[in-house]
Design a protein around this ligand. Structure first.
Ligand code: NAD
Ligand code: TDX
Length: 346
């Protein structure tokens, strides 16, 4: 079925996952450990979004190792590649929240652009056999009422976050073409599921609803996002890592376009709370209207499909947040409260 099966991990191949203490990274590490014999080193700086509690299920697994450090630090990155004989890299480490990039763009340039460059240079130096850059559909900009992003859609990032992701994608592409690095880029739509930091729409609205705090909807609530359950994204990334063609981009989406206001109302219904909790607040500057993904390339070339419907995934996610209020309370602490107050002051 696949031509380049030489990339299938052998019994003892060890890969580096960066940003593995974050939302998608932690779900991805668990997914890979469950579906292969691969050993994983997780290099994470433990920013506000990184949380080792996301990985308690696997911390005793002999195939898993955590290293605390930044992808901006070339010495640590080179040490990890040498020390653990790393054969491949999946780069999930990033500053990932659009609203924070509007408050302050510098950390996005530092990690998303400079950090990715550090990884690329080290990958070149140590002959890394496969590099996967986890990117986002936001690099394509915004859609009107019609159409979908394909892998050929021009890059038109609109926020400092998406601009930094587009820049890192361009760096990855340049290392493929100039240095023959074996790299693929994945671009996914909005993820949701367990362990997502409650600054993003779905976990924020669930946590607020559970705690009877008002639900702040930006603008008129008519912006559209294409929602994908996080394990569907993880399966796509793992397929692309193993079977993607060097230099190619693969889009992933959940085929679940929704208006924000409809998502919020579904959450209130799921939690059993009243719509009077909804508050319309000042719109996000430069707010992208609509994202929608055409993922036929991944379906055709990677035999990948999203498997979780939005209704099913949302019910599982609501149940997870209700069952893990201690996790939520732990992250909704000092720095989070300061961020929240600044972001939602009217
Ligand atoms: P997240 O914010 O939950 O986690 C990011 C992780 O990266 C954290 O553990 C953090 O500590 C770590 N990190 C940050 N800076 C670092 C540095 N300099 N060195 C090492 N680690 C560092 O993000 P997420 O939602 O899990 O997103 C993961 C990746 O997927 C990002 O690259 C993001 O752009 C991309 N992505 C996210 C979505 C989504 O909907 N969340 C969709 C498409 C693509
Ligand atoms: O309080 C809110 N109110 C609100 O109306 C928040 C936090 C968001 N929104 C809206 C803005 C967006 O239209 O909900 C939508 C989703 O917002 P986010 O969860 O912040 O996601 P988005 O900006 O779409 O970006 C996400 O998808 C692509 C991730 O955060 C990125 O990391 C990913 O690359």
């Amino acid at each position: 079925m696949f031509n380049n099966t030489y990339l299938l991990p052998t019994m003892h191949s060890t890969i580096l996952v960066t940003g593995g203490a974050g939302f998608i990274g932690s779900n991805l590490i668990k997914y890979i450990l469950e579906h292969s014999n691969t050993h994983i080193v997780n290099l994470d700086a433990l920013t506000y979004a990184g949380n080792l509690q996301n990985l308690t299920d696997v911390e005793l697994d002999s195939r898993y190792t955590f290293v605390h450090g930044s992808i901006q630090n070339a010495e640590i990155v080179r040490y990890v590649l040498r020390r653990y004989n790393i054969s491949g890299i999946i780069n999930c480490a990033a500053e990932s929240h659009v609203d924070r990039s509007i408050q302050s763009a510098q950390p996005f340039v530092d990690t998303n652009i400079n950090g990715t460059l550090v990884l690329l240079e080290a990958a070149k130096e140590y002959g890394i056999r496969r590099f996967l850059q986890m990117s986002t559909d936001e690099v394509y900009g915004s859609l009107g009422a019609e159409g979908f992003f394909t892998e050929e859609t021009p890059l038109q990032p609109n926020s400092p976050y998406s601009a930094s992701k587009a820049a890192s994608d361009c760096l990855v592409r340049s290392f493929v073409h100039t240095h023959n690095l074996d790299a693929v880029i994945t671009r996914c739509s909005n993820n949701y599921g367990p362990y997502q930091f409650p600054e993003k729409l779905i976990p924020l609205m669930i946590s607020n609803a559970v705690n009877d705090i008002s639900l702040p909807v930006y603008g008129d609530g008519m912006n559209v996002r294409d929602w994908i359950y996080v394990t569907d994204h993880c399966s796509g990334v793992w397929q692309a890592y193993q079977h993607g063609k060097a230099g190619e981009v693969y889009n992933f989406g959940g085929k679940s376009e929704k208006y924000n206001i409809d998502v919020v109302k579904m959450i209130l219904q799921g939690v059993g709370k009243d719509e009077s909790l909804i508050t319309y607040v000042k719109d996000r500057p430069g707010h992208d209207k609509r994202y929608a993904i055409d993922c036929t390339k991944a379906e055709r070339e990677l035999q990948w499909q999203p498997t979780v419907t939005f209704e099913e995934g949302l019910a599982k996610t609501i149940a997870w947040y209700q069952d893990n209020n201690a996790w939520v309370e732990n992250v909704r602490s000092g720095a989070y409260l300061a961020y929240y107050a600044k972001q939602y002051q009217q």
